[in-house]
Design a protein around this ligand. Structure first.
Ligand code: AHG
Ligand code: MN
Ligand code: MN
Length: 339
């Protein structure tokens, strides 16, 4: 047992590496760890009881909420509210930011943005899903209630970000700006144990991940890039392999480890794509950059985008640096959007 490092131990060990180390971020990461265990437990028994399916309600973005979306949102929100480091939460499942306007909340330093259950359309069929989180220091003064501007910060201001993947095993992967570290959950002892220290993603990859069913609606540059991926060119390792699960966390996690490119471009119907900048793209972009990869909206760095609204969408290209550069070059060469 002596060489096992738990997530709790690791967080404490690393807490003085954080930019404004005071122990509060460590404590916040610990509450995320706890909520992840609770949600993991529920997801593991999703086939039992009455917890799959929808709640016959839409979120503010017009998507049908699943029971587990609502469950995960409540658990993570409660874990944040119970601590004195969080002044507010924004979530895919909440129409507006939730401000903790109590004595503790007004004096708390951080806001957290989250996608409590990512890939929820996969939950009923036992396919991996996840949770994504992103943490910023507030901009508003301590002692006041937080406000919307605390949430609308560019991604390069994140102090921490991570995800939980509820897969064939459950993992928590996070960064505080000093590399990316992965912990595998050992259910026999109820603990996340360090399994992937200082994760690096390959500079090149041979996996492309995109919902090709939307092909007809893609911009010209993306259609050409897909054909490039499929071309027979053994010297350059093509054709590439196509892999698409439909849970960003799972597709991202595989590509992070193996090398690859995840794409969710604009389409004729959705000019800004589908994925949400603040709680899907920014945290993943922070992680991939920390692992040596790249994230782009097709022309510029995701982490430099200044957001204007909570549920803002953005075209998203993320993964191995050379693959992101390549898809950007196709978009530049074929700027004509949809022909
Ligand atoms: P969510 O379940 O949080 O709404 O996210 C679903 C997202 C993302 O996880 C996934 O990569 C993408 O939607 C899949 O979209 P398509 O079904 O359009 O391919
Ligand atoms: Mn999602
Ligand atoms: Mn979700």
């Amino acid at each position: 047992m002596s060489n096992i490092r738990t997530l709790g131990e690791f967080i404490i060990e690393k807490q003085y590496d954080y930019p404004h180390a005071s122990g509060e971020l460590s404590s916040l990461l610990s509450s995320i760890r706890l909520a992840a265990k609770v949600v993991n437990c529920e997801i593991n028994k999703a086939g039992l009881g009455n917890i799959t399916g929808s709640v016959n309600k839409e979120n503010v973005q017009g998507e049908i909420q699943q029971k587990l979306d609502v469950y995960a949102n409540e658990k993570f929100k409660a874990a944040m509210a119970a601590r004195d480091q969080v002044c507010g939460v924004a979530s895919e499942e909440e129409d507006h930011e939730v401000i903790f306007d109590s004595e503790l909340g007004r004096n708390a330093k951080y806001v957290i943005l989250m996608d409590p259950l990512d890939g929820s359309s996969n939950i009923d069929v036992n396919v991996s899903v996840g949770t994504i989180f992103s943490i910023y220091q507030r901009l508003s003064p301590l002692g006041e209630a937080a406000n919307i501007h605390d949430f609308l910060q560019p991604g390069h201001k994140q102090v921490a970000a991570g995800y939980v993947i509820y897969g064939s095993s459950t993992m928590l992967v996070y960064t505080t700006g000093n590399g990316v570290h992965g912990f595998t959950y050992d259910p026999s002892i109820g603990t996340f144990c360090l399994s992937h220290e200082n994760m690096r993603t390959p500079q090149e990859g041979n996996i492309y991940s995109i919902n090709e069913g939307n092909y007809i609606k893609f911009p010209q540059g993306i259609k050409k890039y897909i054909k490039y991926c499929q071309e027979n060119n053994p010297e350059e390792g093509r054709p590439y392999t196509s892999r698409y699960i439909g849970s960003l966390v799972s597709d991202f996690h595989r590509n992070l480890l193996k090398g690859g490119l995840y794409l969710y471009p604009s389409t004729a119907a959705y000019p800004l794509g589908k994925l949400r900048l603040l709680y899907e793209c920014n945290p993943m972009a922070f992680i991939i950059e920390q692992a040596g990869g790249k994230a782009s909206d097709g022309t510029k760095r995701i982490l430099d985008i200044v957001p204007s609204e909570l549920h803002q969408r953005v075209p998203f290209f993320i993964g191995s640096t050379q693959m992101v550069i390549k898809v950007e070059s196709f978009l530049k060469e074929y700027p004509d959007p949809f022909s």
